[in-house]
Write a protein that binds this ligand. Sequence first.
Ligand SMILES: C[S@@+](CC[C@H](N)C(=O)[O-])C[C@H]1O[C@@H](n2cnc3c(N)ncnc32)[C@H](O)[C@@H]1O
Length: 201
Amino acid sequence: MIHIVGIGPGNPELLTAAGALLIQKADVLVGSKRQLGDIPPDNPAERKLLPSQLSELEAFLQERIGQEIVVLASGDPLMYGIGKWALERFPPEQLQIVPGISSIQYLCSRCGIAMNDLYITSSHGKQPDFGFLLAHPKVAMVTDSKIGPAEIAEEILQRKLRKTLIIGENLSYPEERLHRLKPEEVAARYDMNVVVILDEG
Ligand SMILES: C[S@@+](CC[C@H](N)C(=O)[O-])C[C@H]1O[C@@H](n2cnc3c(N)ncnc32)[C@H](O)[C@@H]1O
């Protein structure tokens, strides 16, 4: 059985009890170096570094399907994570998706932003349709190294819109930083981040 376990934004205290139990009972744990490094050293499971190619991960999971395999997923697996990929490849009897706290949920809690009517999107591997998404009063975006806070701010400035950006860096880690900025105040680069874009109230 494959369990895709959402581990939350990073701090192990934010892992759900259900996720922790599956990790404890796993035969195999698959995750990034950082994720596997947070697993207690006395956990006896075999550890497999997440392959860079998803086709390689698929072959590995097929080969080990009879075992209890836990794939560690950042945040919530179905919030722009590996959950969608897994749902498209494995039948329900072989797959369990265990929700986690997404980085977007966490940032909204830290900054007191209700998620009602929040439009959620991602810039991972695609050029977002800024005309469409900036028409929304409240947007949250998981970002990547190509399109992040500076590029979003530039799109807002080009359109002369009155927006505020809430940027959450390294959320839930000791190096966490939160910023509430006007587009013209946004810096060129931030560490791993999520951005909420709000109409100026
Ligand atoms: C592939 S997406 C996965 C999102 C994840 N499924 C979630 O629910 O948070 C990776 C992106 O999530 C965001 N992210 C995940 N963890 C984060 C954290 N601790 N601090 C800031 N951003 C984070 C960043 O935008 C990162 O580039």
